[in-house]
Design a protein around this ligand. Structure first.
Ligand code: AMP
Ligand code: MG
Length: 419
């Protein structure tokens, strides 16, 4: 997969100063690709879930030798007499190097056992009548049947795993099959998180009027960990420029590759993130045409990338999944970072579209007409229950009305929460 967003923002007119979501994502990915973390070599058992840092070709063919796909007999197809009767000359279980097949005979063979030289075909045992010394084929298979040739899966020297691959279970399984025992991967990206807000309380702190509990902190921590990233938790940051700047520098000292903040990024008097980043480093500020969301700050503090997300928990979740995720995964060195949206019919309609692309928390279910998407009634950017209830996000393009049964791009949380 390539870094081409699901569809360009062409044809959608956003109000002046608003950046389309796809354009924002493309810019974030381009920024992230300028740097990659260091690499390290890890044993295969520890490589699952990591991002491969080099292209890997198969050092040997998989499978290494031709072998049987069935329990049955191995023989040379051209030797098969009309009677179908062959003397048995050897027995080949899995794990054994067989002798060459005596011409005009059959070998008893089992799944995964090596085909003897001279044999080219396997007949499954259900089609065989055995005596103590012979076998008769009830029906003859085609020449070459039930044989897995050497290199059937991967040929020796074939490009097998590409740099930037997130190593799945299948990928480490394949690497093992080709005889590899360690892989070069990127070390996990270290991401510092800081949550701004004088109103924030930590779990267990007694509630007081004016305060709310900090929900972005555990939410962001869990998101980042789910993407295989290392979290440096800098906790809560007071609403002052001095405190924010100090927190940014603490993140730099702690060895962060990226700093992600929540809150304090809009234009209010109590929003100090932008000024602090501009003071300690450099800042780019975008208003992204996304709902929930909108203000996103992007920049750098002493060589450490900075991403400022909004404060509202639902905005943090949506911008985290749609903007921070591709940025962080690309920065981690991962090649394919964009989720694939599935078209699913809406169980609802819209008379009038908003001026930003909207992501609704929806449930994916089966209605009378088949699969359909149902939105949660509470879509406020402060509300999280809808996201607990939902299976994913439905994308509503800005300015676009639609009828019931119109297919909408659906992004399942399962895809967004995964790296
Ligand atoms: P801000 O952008 O800082 O003005 O925050 C926007 C809204 O999100 C305000 O209602 C904040 O109280 C709320 N908020 C900010 N940070 C958090 C957080 N960590 N947990 C819960 N709510 C938050
Ligand atoms: Mg705030």
């Amino acid at each position: 997969m390539v870094d081409t967003p699901s569809g360009p923002d062409v044809g959608t007119c956003y109000p002046p100063g608003l950046l389309g979501v796809d354009d924002a994502v493309a810019r974030l990915i381009a920024l992230a690709r300028r740097k990659a973390p260091d690499t390290e070599v890890v044993p295969l058992a520890a490589a699952g879930g990591r991002v491969l840092a080099e292209d890997v070709a198969a050092p040997m063919p998989v499978p290494p030798e031709a072998n049987s796909a069935m329990d049955g007999i191995a023989f040379r197809h051209a030797d098969l007499p009309l009677s179908g009767l062959l003397p048995m000359s050897q027995r080949i279980p899995a794990g054994v190097a067989p002798a060459p097949l005596e011409p005009g005979t059959a070998a008893r063979i089992f799944t995964g056992a090596i085909l003897p030289s001279g044999a080219d075909t396997v007949a499954m045992q259900e089609n065989c009548e055995f005596t103590a010394t012979t076998v008769r084929l009830i029906s003859a298979p085609e020449a070459g049947a039930n044989v897995r040739p050497a290199g059937q899966d991967v040929a020796q020297g074939q490009a097998m795993l590409a740099r930037g691959t997130r190593l799945t279970a299948a990928a480490v399984g394949l690497a093992a099959a080709a005889g590899l025992y360690q892989l070069k991967v990127f070390r996990p990206l270290r991401v510092a998180i800081l949550c701004t807000g004088d109103e924030l309380l930590e779990p267990g702190e007694p509630w007081r009027s004016g305060a709310i509990y900090n929900s972005n902190r555990p939410m962001l921590t869990h998101l980042l960990q789910g993407w295989g990233l290392e979290v440096i938790d800098l906790g809560k940051v007071a609403d002052s420029r001095v405190a924010t700047e100090a927190a940014l520098l603490r993140a730099v000292d702690a060895g962060a590759d990226v700093i992600v903040s929540t809150g304090g990024v809009s234009v209010g008097e109590e929003d100090h993130v932008r000024a602090a980043v501009a003071q300690a480093g450099q800042l780019d500020f975008w208003k992204v045409a996304i709902k929930p969301g909108k203000p996103v700050a992007v920049g750098e503090v002493r060589g450490v990338s900075f991403l400022g997300l909004p404060g509202n928990p639902q905005s943090v979740l949506v911008t985290g999944l749609l903007l921070a995720r591709p940025f962080l995964l690309a920065r981690q060195g991962q090649a394919a970072v964009l989720p694939v949206a599935l078209p699913v019919p809406a169980a609802f309609s819209r008379r009038k579209g908003g001026d930003r692309r909207e992501y609704l928390r929806v449930r994916f279910g089966t209605g009378v007409a088949g699969l359909e998407l149902t939105p949660h009634p509470q879509q406020s950017s402060g509300a999280l229950l809808s996201a607990v209830w939902a299976d994913g996000l439905a994308m509503l393009e800005a300015g676009r009305a639609f009828e019931v049964a119109t297919p909408l791009p659906f992004l399942p949380f399962s895809a967004l929460l995964a790296p």
